[in-house]
Design a protein around this ligand. Sequence first.
Ligand SMILES: NC(=O)C1=CN([C@@H]2O[C@H](COP(=O)(O)OP(=O)(O)OC[C@H]3O[C@@H](n4cnc5c(N)ncnc54)[C@H](OP(=O)(O)O)[C@@H]3O)[C@@H](O)[C@H]2O)C=CC1
Ligand SMILES: N[C@@H](CC(=O)OP(=O)(O)O)C(=O)O
Length: 334
Amino acid sequence: MANGFNVAVAGATGAVGVEMVKTLEKRNFPVKNLKLLASARSAGKTMKFKGEDVVIEEMTHDSFKGVDIALFSAGGDISREYRPFVVESGAVMIDNSSAFRMDDDVPLVVPEVNAEDIKLHKGVIANPNCTTAIMLVAVAPLHRAKGLRRIVAATYQAASGAGAKGMHELIVQAREVLDGKAVNPVAFAHQIAFNLIPHIDAFKENGYTKEELKMLNESRKMLHLPELLVSCTCVRIPVLRAHSEALNLEFENDITPEEARAIIEAAPGVQLVDDPADKRYPMPLDATEKYDVLCGRIRQDISRNDKRGLDIFVSGDQVLKGAALNAVQIAELL
Ligand SMILES: NC(=O)C1=CN([C@@H]2O[C@H](COP(=O)(O)OP(=O)(O)OC[C@H]3O[C@@H](n4cnc5c(N)ncnc54)[C@H](OP(=O)(O)O)[C@@H]3O)[C@@H](O)[C@H]2O)C=CC1
Ligand SMILES: N[C@@H](CC(=O)OP(=O)(O)O)C(=O)O
């Protein structure tokens, strides 16, 4: 579009929405007009975009008239309610929630992994689960070179995965614990400060959580690998922002750590940080506010008698690459 796009951000005041607005600005996305939408609680407040105050509006079914691209980040129920109104208005909906990710008519996209799927959209494109997005930015180039068969993962997920309220709870609770006060967990099932919680999203009958099953199902869909094997344990840790993951990978073909490092170095969206002798490896503090996922601790899996197994460690800012940045990158490719 010659003069740029009319863009709406639904959930503009949230952990992801705020970063969407910043990312549109930082990447100089061609915005003709920006509409910031949130609940009635935020209506009338302002947010800065390119130095200007933009007034936040209460989102209604009529909010999308004249909008070209709607970046949605206000929760799955809201995405479900608004989808028909967005699509009817002619806007493309790029949705961060889990509402439509596994629908056959909705491409699920990380641009570095499966940008070609964007063109299949029928009005809605889904952004994957943040943990899955970070993993696949590093794993997809290895898969393209060597054929991925199986992933065994343990995650270390930041409080920001539970939104603005999750980050707030960690900060407040850390102070309460240090001051010897009683804590009152709300965003998390238990005290998160000075603790970790191996429970993210609801448990299913097989003992896995929904978060863990997203790693399986969403990876299969984006890599177009219906037989891919994935087992995962997702853990919430008292880090403010940026998720990390320990990944054990099995391939169809031999792969050495040297080959893997060369592949990662050449891949888009991922930065090799792998010099243990110099104490350089991915860490969430280093990944925070970075667009690239950090990948390191690359080593041959010594539990096998062949060279088809690797262990790697990744850290990525899940509010950015797992959500806001990914959505803006998709918009750039429309
Ligand atoms: N946090 C993360 O890392 C990731 C989040 N996501 C997904 O993104 C979505 C948002 O997450 P997050 O930013 O963390 O959540 P937050 O709780 O931080 O923000 C929620 C946003 O939704 C808005 N909202 C709530 N109710 C309404 C309503 N009735 N009408 C309009 N807007 C409303 C809020 O507005 P107000 O301030 O006015 O209440 C706020 O802007 C979720 O679906 C989440 O699963 C996906 C990947 C990663
Ligand atoms: N579940 C992620 C964040 C998230 O919102 O995921 P999803 O979009 O799949 O519900 C976390 O808590 O770290």
